[in-house]
Design a protein around this ligand. Structure first.
Ligand SMILES: [Zn+2]
Ligand SMILES: [Zn+2]
Length: 317
């Protein structure tokens, strides 16, 4: 299966400001002028070497990912869902023949705000299936389409909407994926998921503070972290900032790394970036995390690939 990240930001969208764009452009132009590429023809080579737009820039849409196998499963409806909707319009959804599956971890705004801007939901003939452990699913989605918050009432939506309450820690088949919800550490109940497909396992661990790290503490939620090929982990804060934000419901890469070393996770992508973190601050956080990884690697019999999520990133699992 493949993971596509439509939104990697946490809490609230964080668009690049004109001032940040100006400052980034100035830095890149200075680098270009000083580089051996300094010629118009060499711009693509310079951009490829710098990784501009992929790993140097993280994007500002809130959390939404898609798992792609024979079919596709969307996890959460943050503002990134709007772009997924636009992509779908080119296929059966544009003709009102689409079937879409969306798993909701919880209903904080950053995971919900893309739903009223997901165009396939307005097109008659489309079918949208929402899944959640939380029995408030139907009420929460309907609330989004309530005046005065949004002009189109739920009853006027073109697509047929189905709500599915699924059981915690029990596997359910959704769109050809085996989905097993596990509880995360968050101020309001939030259900991550282990998603299995053709022998590969993906762990969705967003939003999560990671208060429970030990195997005993994790108890019945421990399988979320075991036999995992790719873990998508909430690392909104640096470890220092996390210590100042106890009970805010988000974690740090250090916690995800500790779990990944112990459980022998094969790859980790850190996500739910702090909306107040600029690209350069996120790159600095990565440097600090790299130092921690190096120290920890020398103490463990395991190593793994890891990186930070950015909007538009695609990863094979
Ligand atoms: Zn969130
Ligand atoms: Zn949340």
């Amino acid at each position: 299966m493949k993971l596509k990240i439509w939104g990697s930001r946490g809490s609230i969208p964080a668009p690049l400001t004109p001032q940040e764009l100006e400052s980034k452009t100035e830095t890149y132009l200075q680098d270009f002028c000083r580089s051996p590429y300094y010629n118009e023809k060499n711009i693509p080579g310079f951009m490829a070497e710098k990784g501009i737009g992929s790993g140097q820039s993280f994007g500002g849409n809130t959390t939404c990912v898609e798992l792609i196998g024979a079919d596709s499963l969307i996890i959460d409806g943050g503002s990134g869902l709007r772009l997924k909707g636009n992509q779908l319009l080119a296929g059966p959804c544009g003709k009102g023949k689409g079937i879409i599956h969306i798993y909701m971890t919880h209903f904080h705004w950053d995971h919900l705000m893309g739903i009223p801007f997901f165009v396939p939901i307005f097109i008659p003939g489309n079918e949208i299936h929402f899944y959640s452990v939380d029995p408030a699913l139907e009420e929460a989605i309907k609330l989004v389409f309530t005046k005065p918050y949004f002009p189109v009432p739920f009853a006027a939506l073109g697509a047929k909407i189905h709500f599915h309450k699924i059981e915690p820690r029990v596997s359910t088949q959704i769109a050809g994926f085996e989905v097993t919800p596990y509880k995360l550490d968050h101020p309001d109940a939030c259900w991550g998921a282990k998603v299995s497909y053709q022998g590969k396992n993906y762990a969705h661990v967003v939003d999560n503070e990671g208060k429970r790290v030990g195997r005993g503490e994790l108890a019945e939620d421990l399988p979320l972290y075991q036999n995992i090929d790719l873990m998508y982990f909430d690392a909104q804060y640096s470890f220092d900032d996390l210590m100042k934000r106890i009970d805010w419901g988000h974690s740090s890469a250090f916690i995800g790394m500790d779990i990944a070393f112990r459980e022998k996770v094969k790859k980790v992508i850190f996500t739910h970036h702090d909306p107040s973190a600029t690209d350069s601050q996120l790159l600095q956080m990565m440097e600090n995390d790299r130092d921690y990884y190096k120290i920890q690697k020398s103490l463990h019999q395991h190593q793994f690939d890891w990186t930070f999520a950015y909007d538009g990133m695609e990863v094979d699992i």
